[in-house]
Design a protein around this ligand. Structure first.
Ligand SMILES: [Zn+2]
Length: 324
């Protein structure tokens, strides 16, 4: 972002999109390595190429009426606030950055030797002082639990996120894995630390269409991310749409976010592996523009009201980020 954003200026918001996702340690040690452009055709790009793709997608989003994205690239996903600022300046898209750590278990010695309060200090620094030497402040805190579950390291990061949230009032976005039922356990930690659960977003809840699980999570008062449209390897597109429509029917518009968790570029897979995954249908149609171009028009045609759309795309991001 180019400066602080007022809640009323957020406008239509995609709450979970990555302008890039790559390992900062690999980039620092082997800067010659390329990253993969997640567009058709898949191809490898250097840092300039990665910026161009991020800016192109951001520009396209503004043409489609999206005003803001929240970029949950935290530590280990190559958070780069300078890239976010350049994209925002060039395109006019507002980019909301985060602080936090994205790991499913591993932590380096730096974090092993520090407790949750000391890690919370780092998050609070980004929220109150600014990120990476800039005055651009983090607006939310990211943490993650996945297949390994709530290991001691993951418990510590969740408590650090929780304490930073309690100290600053910043909201939390927690990556979850419904297939491992991590959600309720993550919420237990936040609750035990006194976090306002109305400011917690459980990302990737839309990776399941088990309405009992989803309602069990919703009963705790959190927001849920229906945020991986196009990532068919976790749940096919049509089942995601059916689930959102069922939840709209049950009156949950005020608790859902729609997004694609797209990464303009991603360094996780070599080109050949990514090509195989796409060929196998892992990420059919996955794109940062998928929600405005396809998901929303289809939901409208299926009966989503303008009020429900406004609630999910404008009001919910405002309430989650700013509590208003
Ligand atoms: Zn993500």
């Amino acid at each position: 972002m180019t400066g602080p954003t007022e809640p009323d200026d957020l406008g239509p918001t995609l709450v979970h999109e990555h302008l890039q996702a790559r390992d900062e340690a690999v980039l620092a040690q082997w800067p010659h390595t390329l990253t993969l452009a997640e567009e058709d055709p898949l191809h490898e790009v250097d840092a300039d190429g990665a910026f161009e793709i991020a800016a192109r997608l951001a520009g396209r989003l503004t043409e489609l009426g999206v005003r803001t994205i929240c970029d949950p690239s935290a530590m280990f996903l190559g958070r780069d606030v300078h890239l976010m600022r350049r994209v925002a300046e060039q395109t006019g898209l507002q980019v909301v950055p985060c602080t936090g750590i994205y790991t499913y278990d591993h932590l380096q010695p730096f974090f092993a030797a520090r407790d949750a309060d000391e890690i919370a200090d780092l998050f609070v620094h980004d929220i109150e002082q600014g990120i990476q030497g800039t005055e651009i402040k983090a607006a939310f805190i990211k943490c993650a639990a996945d297949e390994p579950g709530i290991t001691p390291n993951i418990d510590k990061i969740h408590r650090a996120a929780a304490r930073a949230s309690v100290r600053t009032g910043a909201p939390i976005m927690a990556h979850s894995r419904p297939a491992s039922e991590t959600g309720p356990k993550q919420i237990d930690i936040f609750e035990s630390e006194g976090v306002d659960l109305k400011r917690v977003q459980l990302a990737h809840t839309g990776d399941t269409d088990d309405l009992d699980y989803i309602e069990r999570v919703l009963d705790r008062g959190v927001f849920i991310g229906m945020d991986r449209y196009g990532l068919d390897l976790y749940l096919p597109y049509d089942r995601r749409q059916k689930t959102v429509l069922a939840l709209l029917e049950r009156g949950y518009a005020e608790r859902m976010f729609l997004s694609a968790d797209h990464c303009a570029t991603l360094d996780w897979f070599p080109l050949a592996v990514a090509e195989q995954m796409y060929a196998a249908g892992a990420a059919r149609d996955w794109s940062m523009t998928l929600v405005p171009e396809k998901v929303l028009p289809e939901l409208r045609a299926a009966g989503m009201t303008p009020e429900q759309e406004e609630t999910m795309m404008v009001s919910n991001p405002k309430r989650w980020l700013a509590g208003v």
